[in-house]
Design a protein around this ligand. Structure first.
Ligand code: SF4
Length: 260
C-alpha cells in the first residue's frame, strides 16, 4: 500500500478509454491464488487534491503505478464501487476477488510523472506502491527518482518492508527537499488479525522492523494509525501497545509534525 488511504484521489482516476494495454502475465501468488498483471499505458497519472489535508497527510498530489492491490485488505476503501475502476473492467470479473487478483500496471508511470510534475508548483506528493507487483516492475523506484530529480517533497505510506529497497532514493529526496516513509499499522501484531483483515499484506512485526531501519537512516517515519476498526483495534491496550512499539522503533508515534 503502498499509500495515502483516506485523502488521495481514486487510485486510477486517470485511466481513460483508449489507454493502451500491452501484454498480460498470469502468475500464482505465494498464497496460492491466481494473480494477473496487465501492463498498460494510461494518459495521465497525477492526482491533484483540491484540499491539502493539513493536519493529517500534508499531500497536494498523489501518483501510483498500479491499479488494484494484491495485499487484499478487506477494509480497503478502494474496494468501494466509487473508486474501484476494476469493477468496470469485464476481464477482471472472472476472478473471485478482482481487486487483489487482477493488477493493472502503468508501465509509463515515471514518464508521465515527469511530464505532469514539470507543470505544477512544488508541494508534497504521495507516490509509490510496494505491493508484490513492485518487486517485478520497479515502477515505484522510478517514480521516486523523478521526485528526487525535480525536488518534490515526498511521502510514502506503506505496509510492505519492500520500501527498504529504495531507501537510497528516499534519502536523496530527503537531502534535496523532504521525505517521509510511514507504515499503516492498527494492531500491535498480526496474530489473529492479519489473516482475517489483511490476508496478503506483510505482517505487522515486519513493518515495525522496517520502520526501525528507516528511522536509523535518518528518514522521518512512524505509524499511520488507521483504520482503527471499531471493537477490533480500538481497545486501550491495543492503542497503547501500538504507540509503545512505534516509540521503540525510535520513530514518531503518529502524525504529529507540521506539514513541511
Ligand atoms: S495495502 Fe491494503 S489498505 Fe492499502 S491499498 Fe492495499 S489493500 Fe488497500
Amino acid at each position: 500500500m503502498s499509500k495515502i488511504m483516506a485523502t488521495r484521489a481514486p487510485k486510477d482516476a486517470n485511466m481513460r478509454p483508449g489507454s493502451k494495454t500491452i501484454g498480460v502475465t498470469q502468475l500464482t501468488s505465494i498464497h496460492g491464488s491466481p494473480v494477473t498483471y496487465v501492463p498498460y499505458q494510461p494518459k495521465r497519472i497525477l492526482n491533484v487534491h483540491k484540499h491539502v489535508d493539513g493536519g493529517w497527510f500534508w499531500t497536494k498530489y498523489s501518483a501510483h503505478p498500479y491499479v488494484g492491490c494484491q495485499e487484499g485488505c478487506v477494509y480497503c476503501y478502494w474496494r468501494d464501487e466509487k473508486y474501484d475502476m476494476l469493477a468496470r473492467d469485464p476481464a477482471a470479473q472472472q476472478f473471485l476477488d478482482p481487486f487483489s487478483q487482477y493488477i493493472k500496471v502503468k508501465t509509463n508511470a515515471a514518464e508521465l510523472l515527469r511530464n505532469e510534475l514539470s507543470r505544477v508548483h512544488k508541494d508534497v506528493i504521495s507516490v509509490g506502491d510496494y505491493q508484490p507487483a513492485e518487486a517485478r516492475y520497479g515502477l515505484s523506484r522510478e517514480m521516486l527518482k523523478i521526485c528526487a530529480e525535480l525536488g518534490f517533497p515526498t511521502l510514502l505510506l506503506e505496509k510492505s518492508p519492500l520500501v527498504l529497497r529504495d531507501l537510497d532514493v528516499v534519502s536523496q529526496i530527503n537531502e534535496r527537499s523532504w521525505a517521509c516513509a510511514i507504515f499503516s499499522i492498527v494492531r500491535a501484531d498480526s496474530e489473529g488479525y492479519g489473516e482475517i483483515f489483511e490476508p496478503y499484506a506483510p505482517r505487522i512485526e515486519g513493518r515495525f522492523r522496517a520502520m526501525k531501519k528507516i528511522a536509523d537512516s535518518g528518514i522521518l517515519t512512524g505509524t499511520a494509525f488507521m483504520p482503527i476498526l471499531p471493537c477490533i483495534c480500538d481497545d486501550d491496550s491495543n492503542l497503547e501497545a501500538v504507540v509503545k512499539k512505534t516509540a521503540r522503533a525510535y520513530a514518531l508515534p503518529a502524525f504529529h509534525k507540521r506539514r513541511p
